[in-house]
Design a protein around this ligand. Structure first.
Ligand SMILES: *[C@@H]1O[C@H](CO)[C@@H](O)[C@H](O)[C@H]1NC(C)=O
Length: 133
């Protein structure tokens, strides 16, 4: 009597597990500042109103597939979600942050930064983030 429903549940679970693999996500921690986007290392022109970021030059240059041409760096267009103080924001990587000392520092557009804290704070430390796309 109970075999059919149980079997159905097991098959459904298996099907879902295969359809939605659990992607391992690494969380990085770094400082977050803000800048005025323009023509960035990825070759894109962005603005302060957009949810974009420059990522520390160390992470940018060591990203798998990076070459001497920053425009073709596969990190360009990746999205990261940064979290701080119970707030989070998802930004697109469009630039390489030369002034970022930490490997996992992010420089956000002012619009993105203000989702995490007031601009007057200037620098946030201990911000966690992960690649989401
Ligand atoms: C950044 O700029 C590019 C090129 O103008 C645009 O396609 C992209 O949507 C912008 N990113 C965001 C998050 O607005």
């Amino acid at each position: 009597m109970f075999i059919k429903p149980l079997l159905f549940t097991a098959l459904t679970f298996t099907a879902l597990s295969e359809a939605i693999p659990l992607l391992p996500r690494t969380t990085y921690t770094g400082d977050v500042t803000y800048y005025t986007p323009g023509l960035g290392a990825c070759g894109l022109v962005n603005t302060s109103a957009q949810l974009v970021a420059a990522i520390g030059h160390i992470a940018f240059d060591s990203y798998p597939g990076a070459t001497a041409n920053p425009n073709t760096n596969p990190i360009c267009g990746k999205k990261v979600t940064a979290s701080y103080g119970g707030h989070s924001v998802t930004v697109e990587i469009v630039d390489r942050c030369v002034g970022c000392a930490g490997e996992y520092d992010l420089d956000l557009s002012s619009t993105a930064f203000s989702e995490l804290a007031p601009l007057s704070v200037g620098r946030l430390t201990g911000v966690t983030w992960e690649y989401v796309a």
